[in-house]
Each structure stands twice: as C-alpha cells, then as structure tokens.
Design a protein around this ligand. Sequence first.
Ligand code: SF4
Length: 324
Amino acid sequence: MYSRWNAYSSYLKARYGEPVYRIGVDGGFSCPNRDRERHGGCAFCDGTGSIAVYQRSAESGYRRTAAYDAKRADTILPRLLSIREQIERGREFLGRRYGARLFSLSFQSWTNTYDSVDNLRRIYDEGLSAMPFREMIVSTRPDCVGEDVLALLESYISPDLDVWVEFGLQSASDGTLKAINRGHTVADYVDAVERAHDHHLKVATHAILGLPGEGREDFIRTARLIGDVGSEAVKVHNLHVAGGTLIASSYLAGDITVMSEERTLESTEIFLRHLRADVVVERLISETPYHRLLAPRVFPDKSKFLQHLERRMEEHGTRQGDQA
Ligand code: SF4
C-alpha cells in the first residue's frame, strides 16, 4: 500500500469497506473533437478510445461517426445490447481474476456525454439496471456537459450510488491545449467543474505530464489548478506516443521526445507535492497496449514504477500536498 499519496484504493476501502472494481464499458459514443472542423482530434489520441483489456472485442464493434444526429436513434438497440454483454464480461473477468464483489460502472471510451439526452438516459439506465453498482463514472470533455446532461447525471445520485464525471484537462496552459488540439480552454474546464459541483457530482480530472514544451512550472500550475477547483480526484498520465497520432509524426521527425523513467519519477513527484493532499490519486502512469505504443518502449510496468516513486518520495521525505 502506498503512503506518500492519497491512493484511490485506500479511498475506496475507507468509503465502501472493501475494494471496488471498475467495469469499463464502451457505450458506442463518438467525439466532437474528431470531426473535420476540429481538425481530427487531440494530438495524442489514436482514435481507439480508452477501453478495458477484457472489452477489446467490443472496441471494433461500433461504427463511429464524428457527430451524432437523429439517425443514430436507430442504432441505439445494438449499443444497449452490447453494454449488457460488456458488463457481464467485466463482472466475470474481475470476479475470476480478483474475487471482486463490489463494482463501479465506468463509461470510459470516447466522449460519454456526446449524444442526445434521451439516448444518454437509455444508455446509462441500461448499464445501471444490469446489476448493483456503487459508483457510476462518466468520462467526457469540459465542453460537452450542458445543464441538461449534468441534471441527468445528478438524477442518478442516491445513498447507494456516487456519480462521478471525469474531465480531460491535460494541462493548465492554454498554449499547450492549443498546441495539442484539445479544442477547449482552461476556462472551459473551470466552468465545467463548477457546474458539475453545482449538480453535486464528484469530479475526477485527467492530466498529462511531459506534453511538448512543458516542464516543472507547467506541472505545478496544473496540479495547483486541479486542487483550486476542488476536483475530488485526479488521473495522471505520462505522455505516451501511440501509432497513428498527430504527435507520432512529430516524434518520428525528432521534433519531440518522451520522458525517461527517471524524468517521469521526478515530474510526478513535483506534481504530487503541489497537488492538494485531499485529492484522490486514481492513476499515476499511462498503460497504452504495447502493440500500439511507439514511445516510450523501455519503461517499468505500473507496479514497479509506483514502488520506485514511493521509495523516491520516502528518501526525499516528500508527500502529496507538502508544497500545495
Ligand atoms: S477528447 Fe478524447 S476521444 Fe476526443 S480526440 Fe481527444 S482524446 Fe480522443
């Protein structure tokens, strides 16, 4: 167990009395940042979305469109069927592998609020009716949560169910967001978090360490912003270059580099020290499947990296929030 940061596993045990396992579901959503007007998506996005290992067969099962429209209403039934199948597959896998008894339902692939409110309701309802969950987690973009969507998410909150919205921020620098083609601003993120909190939703924020042109001061600014807006949790990702992305071309041209393990440890320690101590740390390292990963190719696995980070922070006498 890690003692130098506020680890998610500790939070879950304290809140629910035992580990809670995420069932990651691909609801067949698309992404507004990948249409032509937005120039094809974030520079680091390989268009596969984020999907759990045991759901890979569902990854290729959807026909993605850049935008949703009324015509998509007739495609909702296969999506609903797939969600139920994915949940069953996730429960079976997590039960067999870890003896899991408590679960979260995580809509984690692409932009999980990018649809009509009617479709969203049907999709969320379908997932939640499959079995009891302790949490529902919906990953999305800060510019994709209208009041109607937030009100819908709020309607699911109950004494038995916490509802989280996960926002991709990546960096607290507008210059970086523009350079990586995020298609939203820092102000959009701040506004989205405030409105999510107005609807009593919990917020988790994604941040990337090692984006082109960023260094120590940028990591500190991002950590401080996440604390300042009161994001309840954070997922930190070291920059991964996946094949087929915009940054892959820059990487292959020698215009950008990725951080070594040593540099990532140093950056993560800086980030954690400037992150408010009560923010739950859900993740500290990226896990792109090796067959899609261009760089870094030489890097320890997640558990070794976390052990190295824990040891480093112990030796330095540092901990999350000691410079926040
Ligand atoms: S918002 Fe997410 S799915 Fe959309 S382009 Fe960016 S990383 Fe890809």
